[in-house]
Every structure is written in structure tokens, then in C-alpha cells.
Design a protein around this ligand. Structure first.
Ligand SMILES: *[C@@H]1O[C@H](CO)[C@@H](O)[C@H](O)[C@H]1NC(C)=O
Ligand SMILES: *[C@@H]1O[C@H](CO)[C@@H](O)[C@H](O)[C@H]1NC(C)=O
Ligand SMILES: *[C@@H]1O[C@H](CO)[C@@H](O)[C@H](O)[C@H]1NC(C)=O
Ligand SMILES: *[C@@H]1O[C@H](CO)[C@@H](O)[C@H](O)[C@H]1NC(C)=O
Ligand SMILES: *[C@@H]1O[C@H](CO)[C@@H](O)[C@H](O)[C@H]1NC(C)=O
Ligand SMILES: *[C@@H]1O[C@H](CO)[C@@H](O)[C@H](O)[C@H]1NC(C)=O
Ligand SMILES: *[C@@H]1O[C@H](CO)[C@@H](O)[C@H](O)[C@H]1NC(C)=O
Ligand SMILES: [Cu+2]
Length: 363
């Protein structure tokens, strides 16, 4: 009886008329909560679901991926050059997180929503974050010559994808950098909230706090291609998605349709649509940090990071045709492709987290 009703509810939702601008199909958004606000049981069910994804065989046929978890990492690797430093950065990652959450829920019996890491709480202090708890969280810092994580539920997981575009078996590595994590400070989030246009808000968010979550954990998380090999990636990007949504929510009448920016070639750097490079680390509060402590060649050595000496200049690659964009500027028609994990959509479809395609809220 109960199951019949639930099934009916699902069919009804699916069959809801297409949004005519009056009312979206999303009636009961699932709640994405901060990790620190989850109960011990909720934390366990999320971790168990991620471990389930790591145990299910790959099914999309993406080279090098052994498990469903690897496939999500591979999807990111494949799309990296066209989803960073471009107008689609926020929309693409929003839908990518949705694809991962959908897999947890439909393939791994996870009843919750994607949690997020409230990084501002841990700014300057990532190494003490409760997310890194070996019992209830994701395990702690890397140790030994390869900086492999040494405790927690994922310590024995072997990434088959990465580093970068390589396909090699390796551990999940971290090299926590509390100094770099200072960039996650609330003041940097507040600065982005004050931005008036999508372009300036996105550039601000991609620089900090986005970069700070990656550089504060470091290791796998620092790799622009293969960072989703660390399960923390999904909580980091859910946090960033929440920040974008908070910014959108300040003026939904215009910000549900506002998107622009380069759609090509700007990878690593936030670049404005006229090609001007907007350096990420411009607010000074992490200027004294060494982004790669002990790294041969010092800061900005091989594999360096935006804003540091030695980092390769941005690629002004040839014009690439992106489905749905008429020219080299990102538009609402831009197709988001997560390799069939969930169906292709357009940026327009993901602008509203409570619309016809997405249905969640942040609490
Ligand atoms: C989450 O925790 C913070 C304190 O850390 C609290 O202020 C907030 O109300 C909590 N949110 C929910 C939805 O429980
Ligand atoms: C870092 O976190 C620990 C544990 O929560 C806390 O005791 C300490 O005061 C924090 N330090 C800073 C600088 O916030
Ligand atoms: C692949 O691995 C090699 C050797 O570790 C490294 O030099 C190279 O940068 C990696 N490729 C990418 C794209 O990261
Ligand atoms: C929302 O954006 C529109 C269009 O840019 C603008 O006219 C309006 O004043 C904005 N509303 C608020 C509350 O900022
Ligand atoms: C390009 O855009 C940036 C920021 O969006 C602006 O500061 C700069 O003046 C522009 N440059 C030109 C040549 O239009
Ligand atoms: C976009 O294309 C126009 C011509 O179609 C060109 O003038 C402009 O430089 C291009 N912008 C970028 C950022 O590539
Ligand atoms: C999804 O989008 C990509 C890129 O636009 C396209 O190549 C692919 O055929 C699309 N897949 C489906 C199932 O529509
Ligand atoms: Cu990314």
C-alpha cells in the first residue's frame, strides 16, 4: 500500500506539466545539510553510500574506470579543460554534483541528500576539521612519502584514474595546508556576495573560496583534473554550489537567467569574457602561504597553481564549438554533458535548484 503510494507520487511528479513560467515541478526539495549538522547515523549512511559507489562496477565504458566512483572522477577529467575558468564552471559543477548524488540515491540506497562542508567554519584550521575524523568522517591527512591517507573509511581505496589525465593505480593523497585554507574565510565569501554581475560573482567564487578548498586539502584535491578522486570533493563543490545559490537568491528575478563568460580555453584561471585574466589570490590573506610546502622547486613548481610564479599562462585555444552556444560566450543553451550518467541538460535547466530538473535546498 505504502509503496504503491510512493510510486504514484513519483509518477505524478514525473508527469507534471513542463514549467510554463508559473510553477516549477519541484514540490518537496530534498535537504542538503552541512556535514557538522548531520547526526552520527546520517554521516554513516553517506559514507556507506560512497563506499557502495566504490564497490559497484563501472558501466559507462570510460577508459580506466573500474568502479562507479571512478567513473565520476573520469567524467571530470574528460571535461576539465572546458569547465574551469569558463562561464559554465558553476553550472557544470552543479549538475555534476547532482549526477553523483543521484547515483548514491538510486544505486546505493542512500536516502539522504548530498551534504556540504561549511568550509568557512574551518578556515585556517582544515587539519582540525571534523570532516577529517577517522571514525565519523573522511579520514585525515596524508602520511609517508606518497602522502596517502592513513585512516578513515577510504584509506585502502585505490584510485585508478589520475593523477591528472594519467591512468595509474594510486592511493588517495592529501597534504593539508592550513595556511592556504585561510582563503576559505567568511570574509572572502561575503566579498563574492557583494558582486553585482554573474561574471564578477563567478570569478570571485572560483578564485576564493573555490581554490581554497582544493589547496587547503592539497594532494589529489589540488589536481584540477583528478580532484574528485578524494570523496571530499563532493562536499566541497556542494558548498560552492550553495554559495552560488545564496548569491542567486539575492535577486532571483534576474539571477535565474544570468550567465555569461568565456566558454573555452580559460582553464585554471578565471578569465573575463574579454580575455582579461583576473588573478585568483588577490585579497592578500594567503599571500604569505607556501602552496606546496617541501615541493621541489618551491612555490609554483611543476604542477603549480594560479597566481604563483611558474604557472603556465592561460591557453587562448582555438575557438571550439560547444553545443548550444552560438559563439564563444557561454549562454543558457550551453549543453551540460555528464557522459550519460544522467541525461544531458542545458545551463538553463540548472539555474534553479528548485525547478523542473533539480529539486533540493540548502539548510
Ligand atoms: C547547523 O549548525 C549551526 C551551528 O554550528 C547552527 O547555527 C545551525 O542552526 C545549524 N543548522 C541546522 C539546520 O541545524
Ligand atoms: C582549530 O580547531 C580546534 C579543534 O576544533 C580548536 O580547538 C582550535 O581553537 C581551532 N583553532 C583556530 C585557530 O580556529
Ligand atoms: C602523469 O604522470 C606524470 C608522471 O607522474 C606526470 O609528470 C604528469 O604531469 C601526469 N600528467 C598529468 C596530466 O597530470
Ligand atoms: C534585481 O535585478 C534587476 C535586474 O537587474 C534589477 O532591476 C533589480 O533592481 C534587482 N533587485 C534587487 C532587489 O536588487
Ligand atoms: C575586460 O574586463 C575586465 C573585467 O571584466 C575589465 O576590468 C577590463 O577593463 C576589460 N578590458 C577591456 C579592454 O575591455
Ligand atoms: C570571441 O569571438 C570574437 C569574434 O567572434 C573575438 O573577437 C573575440 O576575441 C573572442 N573572445 C575570446 C575571449 O576568445
Ligand atoms: C550529450 O551532449 C554531448 C555534447 O553536446 C553530445 O555529444 C552527446 O551526443 C549528447 N548525448 C545525448 C545522449 O544527447
Ligand atoms: Cu572541477
Amino acid at each position: 500500500m505504502r509503496w504503491t503510494w510512493i510510486l504514484f507520487a513519483i509518477i505524478t511528479a514525473d508527469a507534471a506539466p513542463v514549467n510554463n513560467g508559473e510553477q516549477a515541478a519541484c514540490k518537496s526539495p530534498i535537504q542538503r545539510k552541512a556535514w557538522h549538522n548531520l547526526t552520527k547515523e546520517e554521516k554513516k549512511s553517506y559514507i556507506d553510500a560512497e563506499k557502495c559507489l566504490m564497490s559497484l562496477p563501472a558501466k559507462l565504458g570510460l577508459t580506466g574506470a573500474r568502479t562507479r566512483f571512478d567513473e565520476f572522477q573520469k567524467i571530470h577529467v574528460l571535461h576539465t579543460p572546458l569547465i574551469h575558468g569558463v562561464g559554465a564552471f558553476l553550472p557544470y559543477h552543479r549538475y555534476y554534483i547532482q549526477a553523483h548524488e543521484t547515483a548514491l540515491r538510486t544505486e546505493c540506497h542512500y536516502a539522504g541528500a548530498q551534504p556540504y562542508w561549511d568550509e568557512a567554519r574551518d578556515a585556517g584550521n582544515f587539519s582540525k576539521s571534523i570532516l577529517l575524523d577517522p571514525e565519523t568522517g573522511f579520514g585525515g591527512d596524508g602520511v609517508g612519502p606518497n602522502k596517502c591517507i592513513a585512516d578513515g573509511p577510504f584509506k585502502d581505496y585505490v584510485n585508478s584514474i589520475g593523477p591528472g589525465e594519467n591512468i595509474t593505480d594510486h592511493c588517495i593523497d592529501r597534504q593539508i595546508n592550513d595556511c592556504m585554507s585561510e582563503g576559505a574565510a567568511q570574509q572572502n565569501v561575503d566579498a563574492c556576495m557583494k558582486m553585482k554581475t554573474f561574471e564578477s560573482a563567478w570569478n570571485c567564487m572560483e578564485a576564493m573560496p573555490h581554490s581554497s578548498g582544493h589547496s587547503g586539502i592539497n594532494g589529489q584535491m589540488m589536481n584540477v583534473f583528478s580532484s574528485p578522486g578524494d570523496p571530499l570533493f563532493y562536499l566541497h563543490h556542494a558548498y560552492l554550489d550553495r554559495i552560488w545559490w545564496q548569491w542567486q537568491s539575492k535577486n532571483l528575478s534576474s539571477r535565474l537567467t544570468e550567465v555569461t563568460g568565456r566558454n573555452q580555453g580559460g582553464f585554471f584561471f578565471p578569465v573575463s569574457s574579454n580575455g582579461t585574466i583576473l588573478g585568483p589570490f588577490s585579497r592578500g590573506d594567503i599571500s604569505g602561504c607556501d602552496p606546496f610546502p617541501g615541493f621541489p622547486g618551491g612555490p609554483g613548481g611543476p604542477g603549480g597553481f594560479p597566481g604563483f610564479p611558474g604557472f603556465p599562462p592561460p591557453q587562448n585555444g582555438p575557438w571550439v564549438k560547444i553545443d548550444g552556444d552560438p559563439a564563444n560566450i557561454t549562454t543558457l543553451g550551453h549543453v551540460i554533458n555528464v557522459e550519460g550518467s544522467i541525461p544531458n541538460v542545458t545551463i538553463k535547466d540548472v539555474m534553479n535548484i528548485q525547478g523542473d530538473v533539480l529539486c533540493y535546498e540548502y539548510i
